[in-house]
Write a protein that binds this ligand. Structure first.
Ligand code: PGA
Length: 252
């Protein structure tokens, strides 16, 4: 892993203020793993309290709207999450695509709005089990990324891709290291195609889908894996920071 590994926790719809103690414990532990960039995306309601206390971990959002503001009851703009302290936003997660019908075009508009608001973006992509079984996983993921990305003059640090096979999310199943390596190598080639060698080769490509302390080392050493997007195992400091510790190993 060439760049500083990036370990991101996606808390999904979990967490009330009672979870602030876990965030504090993560922040303290992250200070012992400075070679790893650790971040969490809590629910909107916890962005500001965690941002206020965090010294080391980054704080981000799990979504934002594409509009600047207006009559969108219950929605939140990119500028609002940035104002609450978010430094990045996860966009295009398969749960949002499924639960809220987010198309590639909607995700693309959100990426544009987020970058405009100064946020870094973690763009999620991934295939269903049916698509993988049909042998179309790589083709599907590349098409999804291309359709979800606006024309960007520079991407570099601002963009991270998270490859999350849908069938591996929250299921305890993970892709094989060979499958992960194949997909990440294809995504790397696409990044270089889209952004040129200099920028395309530094964009981090995370793996997500049932990453746990027990499998983190194996996944993180796969080619072109720049870190992990972690759901269930990011909810306690113990398990999340064991994954960060795996990313802090000298072989990576
Ligand atoms: P999981 O979720 O680690 O619980 O599988 C990953 C994600 O959806 O980001």
């Amino acid at each position: 892993m060439a760049e500083r590994p990036y370990i991101v926790g996606n808390w999904k719809m979990h967490g009330t203020r009672a979870m602030l103690s876990e965030a504090r414990a993560m922040d303290r532990a992250a200070q012992r793993h400075m070679k790893v960039e650790v971040a969490i995306a809590p629910p909107y309601t916890l962005i500001h309290p965690i941002h206020r206390e965090a010294g080391q971990i980054g704080v981000g959002a799990q979504n934002c709207h594409f509009a600047d503001g207006g009559a969108h009851t219950g929605d939140i703009s990119a500028a609002m999450v940035a104002d609450a302290g978010a430094k990045f936003v996860i966009l295009g997660h398969s749960e949002r695509r499924a639960d809220h019908g987010e198309s590639d075009a909607v995700v693309k508009a959100k990426v544009e709005a987020a970058l405009e608001a100064g946020l870094r973006v973690i763009l999620c992509c991934g295939e269903s089990e049916k698509t993988r079984d049909a042998g179309r996983a790589v083709q599907h993921v590349k098409k999804q990324i291309k359709a979800s990305l606006p024309d960007l003059e520079e991407a570099g640090e601002k963009l991270t891709i998270a490859y999350e096979p849908i069938w591996a999310i929250g299921t305890g199943k993970t892709a094989t290291v060979d499958d992960i390596a194949e997909m990440h190598t294809e995504i790397r080639a696409l990044m270089v195609d889209l952004f040129g060698e200099e920028q395309g080769s530094v964009i981090r490509i995370l793996y997500g889908g049932s990453v746990k302390p027990e499998n983190a080392s194996e996944i993180l050493t796969a080619p072109e894996v720049g870190g992990a997007l972690v759901g269930g195992a990011s909810l306690t400091a113990d398990s999340f920071m064991s994954i960060a510790l795996a990313a802090d190993s000298p072989e990576l």
